[in-house]
Design a protein around this ligand. Structure first.
Ligand code: NAD
Length: 255
């Protein structure tokens, strides 16, 4: 028996990076997957990849910064597959790098909406369905939630909010359903180059060298953590955050 047999999963930001990896892995483990993204081309490609590997998946267009699309993604999943067992809120964006005095208020609104309000909205519209099905809600943070950096303080604040939200939601979803948060370190996805100036192979090696394990995190490493939280193997775990960062956070203690 596969680890997500008979489960239905809704994954946001599923057209790329970690969300794509989780979509492919969840489908391999028997889940029916709804791929939600505002990049329609990428999202539909992921659905085709899942079907090509023998899985079941459907695409829904969703801009997760807006309530109507979050509700729409939840409704679509229930209409298409009859229920929801797992919601993985993986969509996110980097902030424009800059000192606080250089950034406009609109940057705060945009980054907060995509990275944090989206988690709250997805939880709001799926919570009762997850409770009904003894489901699992998974949020995404970052090592920046724990150690924010200059020029990235807004991004860190969004991700810290998701860690805190996971604890509050765990209390609200209990005792039927669960909520946990994954904090990725530097992960080899299309987002990584947007965190640094002039990204190239040498910069990638330097970032990897700054971790205890001397490697970038692979999107599949995040997918595996999400699979654990999605499956019944983590049935006694709620309200926690897990770092999947190749030891990036701990490496500071070694230097
Ligand atoms: N890559 C890293 O190093 C890293 C580190 C820590 C945390 N994270 C977080 O992990 C998550 C996944 O990032 P990734 O690295 O896979 O990035 P990615 O850019 O590869 O994927 C992000 C996906 O989110 C989608 N998206 C963005 N805004 C959206 C919106 N408003 N509505 C719907 N979809 C939207 C994009 O279209 C894309 O498919 C993000 O929340 C990110 O902040 C990434």
């Amino acid at each position: 028996m596969a680890r997500l047999d008979n489960k239905v999963a809704l994954i946001t930001g599923a057209g790329s990076g970690m969300g794509r990896a989780a979509s492919l892995l969840f489908a391999q483990e028997g889940a029916k997957v709804v791929v939600a993204d505002f990049n329609e081309e990428n999202g539909k490609k992921v659905v085709e990849e899942i079907k090509a590997q023998g899985g079941q998946a459907a695409f829904v267009f969703a801009d997760v910064s807006k309530a109507e699309y979050c509700k729409g993604a939840v409704d679509f999943t229930i209409e298409t597959y009859g229920k929801i067992d797992v919601v993985f809120c993986c969509a996110g964006i980097a902030q424009k790098a800059g000192m606080i005095w250089e950034l406009d208020e609109s940057e705060f609104d945009k980054v907060m909406a995509v990275n944090t309000k989206s988690s709250w909205l997805m939880a709001k519209y799926s919570a009762l369905e997850l409770k009904k099905n003894h489901g699992s809600l998974i949020l995404i943070g970052s090592t920046a939630a724990i150690r924010p950096r200059a020029t990235q303080g807004l991004y860190g604040a969004c991700k810290a909010a998701n860690n805190n939200l996971a604890i509050g939601l765990a209390a609200e979803l209990a005792p039927e359903a669960r909520c946990n948060c994954i904090n990725p370190g530097p992960t080899a996805t299309p987002m990584l180059p947007t965190f640094v100036q002039a990204y190239n192979d040498q910069v990638a090696d330097e970032i990897a060298g700054g971790t205890l394990l001397k490697r970038l995190v692979d999107p599949m490493d995040i997918a595996n953590a999400a699979l654990f939280f999605a499956s019944d193997e983590s049935r006694s775990i709620t309200g926690v955050s897990i770092l999947v960062d190749a030891g990036a956070d701990k490496a500071r203690g070694k230097n």
